[in-house]
Write a protein that binds this ligand. Structure first.
Ligand code: SF4
Ligand code: SF4
Ligand code: FES
Length: 245
């Protein structure tokens, strides 16, 4: 006999002046291979069409289904109910602007962070559409690809103590993005240029290093390595800048 799952789901519509934040309970019979994606869609179809949550790919690729699942940020489409207890509490990811219920606006947050970190290749080389593609060392290309796997789900930001305390903290995803450009030989920025962006409490020196970010990252990005790499690089750059004065 399959389990009856009890869902406690955060409800609030900031657009509705009559709405106030509260938890609502839903009961659903568990089915084989049920994910939270399936469960939430069934609740919306069978019990409450007004329930808000985000999904797109259902395959851990689009990063839109991040939510706090029994206290831990994660992707709902990647979470099987069989791995959870019979009572499941779902909350929207903190730090991001709430759209409604479990839906948050991660897009604006990431756009702002990537603008702050100037997340694009900086080069004064003129683009030549007729030129042959430039070869890149295979190891370097693999290293860049590894960091490019971030799906911008926001789980690492929601799990981050510093991001919860200060809203201008760049967070692991943005710092990972900086590391991606730092190792890219096409980007002509110097360590000192990067220091201007992340050599402060808003950047790498605000990170407490407890690594909740890496623990919750559904794509298993090597965030610990990147944070350590940036901390060392920016520490050395800071000393160089002091002794140059
Ligand atoms: S290690 Fe740094 S970025 Fe990661 S969760 Fe902790 S404070 Fe945030
Ligand atoms: S680093 Fe991981 S947890 Fe953070 S936004 Fe990217 S995929 Fe999500
Ligand atoms: S729906 Fe795309 S990552 Fe979950």
């Amino acid at each position: 006999m399959s389990r009856l799952l009890k869902f406690n789901i955060f409800r609030y519509n900031p657009e509705d002046t009559l709405s106030s934040p509260h938890m609502e309970e839903f009961v659903l019979e568990e089915t084989d291979a049920m994910t939270l994606f399936i469960a939430l869609n069934r609740i919306r179809e069978e019990q409450d069409p007004s329930l808000q949550f985000d999904f797109c790919c259902r395959a851990g690729i689009c990063g839109s289904c991040g939510m706090v699942i029994n206290g831990r940020p994660g992707l709902a489409c990647h979470t099987k109910t069989k791995d959870l207890p019979g009572e499941i509490t779902l909350l929207p990811l903190p730090v991001f602007k709430l759209v409604g219920d479990l839906s948050v606006d991660t897009g604006s947050w990431f756009r702002e962070m990537y603008t702050k970190t100037e997340s694009w290749i900086h080069t004064d080389k003129e683009f030549d559409a007729d030129a042959l593609e430039e070869r890149m060392d295979n190891k370097v290309a693999v290293g860049i690809y590894e960091l490019e796997r971030c799906v911008e789900c926001g789980c690492c930001i929601s799990a981050c103590g510093t991001a919860r305390l200060r809203e201008d903290f760049l967070g692991a995803a943005a710092l990972n993005r900086v590391a991606r450009f730092l190792i890219d030989p096409r980007d002509q920025r110097t360590d000192s240029d990067y220091y201007e962006i992340i050599g402060n409490d808003m950047g790498i020196f605000g990170c407490m290093g407890l690594l909740a970010c890496e623990d919750v990252c559904p794509k298993h990005l090597p965030l610990q390595n990147q944070l350590g790499f940036l901390r060392r690089k920016m520490g050395i750059t800071s000393l160089k800048r002091i002794f140059r004065k």
